[in-house]
Design a protein around this ligand. Structure first.
Ligand code: 2P0
Length: 329
């Protein structure tokens, strides 16, 4: 009753921002992301009678304040499997947690696969995405490989709200994403709270919903045809629309710091100079720069030369969640 899984974070090209059901975690709109090979979480789960309670260790820190309801997710899996044993969970990520680099996505995806397997459940990839979604929405997109669409679904029970790969990890190796870390501080407003506040108060939320299907269509077409300009322009615009929602929410949510804006301005200037690149930003200050492989080295060097950039991680379309043989305990 012990299993270990590895899952990569995913970065959305069309963002998930807003729920229609917060208990089942059902989104208002579909979203598309890339599963990123450089941002990985490994998680070992063991269910055993020898444990008197559930314990969770994330990056060497014991879970005290369970803000993401990780214990609720373990209980969900335990009750699906019909077992009683308590769990020991150890999880390690190779990138900063809780600063807007999709750590909850890779974390919940790895936890879901490891815990479901340790509990004896035999689930298809689609079933795993539905289960992981109930822990944290965007984590369902970290189960499949490469470029992934999370279909919002229409059923009230969430049975058709799942994620699937629309192009595998080898489909477009030329596509690169440079994740720039500009701050390792924990964010002040969680995505969960931020998106609820947005749906309730941003005057532009209707506009987001009216235009998101067009963004999804363009991103799908761009990925399938490997049309970098179409993907880049659409993803950057979609990111700016999401941040405009955040900024116009009451109270306003501004995740950007000066270094975020510094990168935005440089990306635009480099593009004018002829190096094609685009940015996207999630619920935090970090910026992910999209480019083609031929420009990756030069752009990475330029990004590292900027004062506010502490570190970069180069990402390619990566593997979906997988079981691995090496346990963390
Ligand atoms: C995304 N984000 O599509 C968007 C863009 C952040 C900005 O999905 O409440 O941690 O657990 O479903 O998945 C972050 O939201 O929220 C997120 P819950 P989650 O990647």
């Amino acid at each position: 009753m012990k299993s270990t899984a590895a899952a990569n974070a995913n970065i959305a090209l069309v963002k998930y921002w807003g729920k229609r059901d917060s208990r089942l975690i059902l989104p208002q709109n579909s979203s598309i992301s890339m599963t990123c090979d450089g941002l990985t979480t490994k998680t070992t789960v063991e269910f055993s009678e020898k444990y008197g309670k559930d314990t969770v260790l994330i990056n060497d820190e014991e879970l005290v304040k369970d803000e993401r309801d990780i214990l609720g997710h373990i209980e969900r899996i335990r009750s699906m499997a019909g077992i009683k044993e308590k769990a020991k969970v150890i999880s390690e990520s190779n990138f900063p947690v809780a600063a807007g680099l999709a750590s909850s996505a890779s974390g919940f995806a790895a936890l879901t696969l490891a815990a479901a397997t340790a509990a004896g459940l035999k689930l298809s990839e689609k079933e795993l995405t539905i289960l992981s979604r109930q822990g944290s929405g965007s984590s369902c997109r970290s189960i499949p490989e490469g470029f992934v669409e999370w279909h919002k679904g229409i059923a009230a029970d969430g049975s058709d709200s799942y994620a699937e790969s629309i192009a595998g990890k080898n489909h477009w190796h030329d596509f690169s994403m440079i994740a720039c870390i500009v701050s390792e501080a924990k964010k002040k407003v969680s995505s969960r709270a931020g998106m609820a506040q947005t749906v309730a108060t941003s005057p532009y939320y209707d506009g987001w919903l009216r235009t998101v299907d067009e963004d999804l269509r363009k991103i799908r077409e761009g990925i399938l045809n490997k049309d970098f300009s179409l993907v880049g322009i659409t993803a950057e615009q979609n990111c700016l629309k999401m941040h405009a929602l955040m900024m116009t929410t009451r109270p306003s949510i501004i995740y950007w710091i000066p270094a975020t804006l510094e990168i935005i301005h440089h990306v635009q200037a480099w593009r004018e100079e002829g190096i094609e690149c685009y940015f996207t930003i999630d619920g935090g200050p970090q910026v992910k720069v999209m480019c083609l492989e031929k420009d990756e080295k030069e752009l990475n060097k330029r990004l590292l030369d900027l004062e506010g950039v502490k570190k970069t991680v180069l990402c390619k379309p990566g593997d979906g969640a997988q079981l691995i043989g090496e346990h963390l305990f």
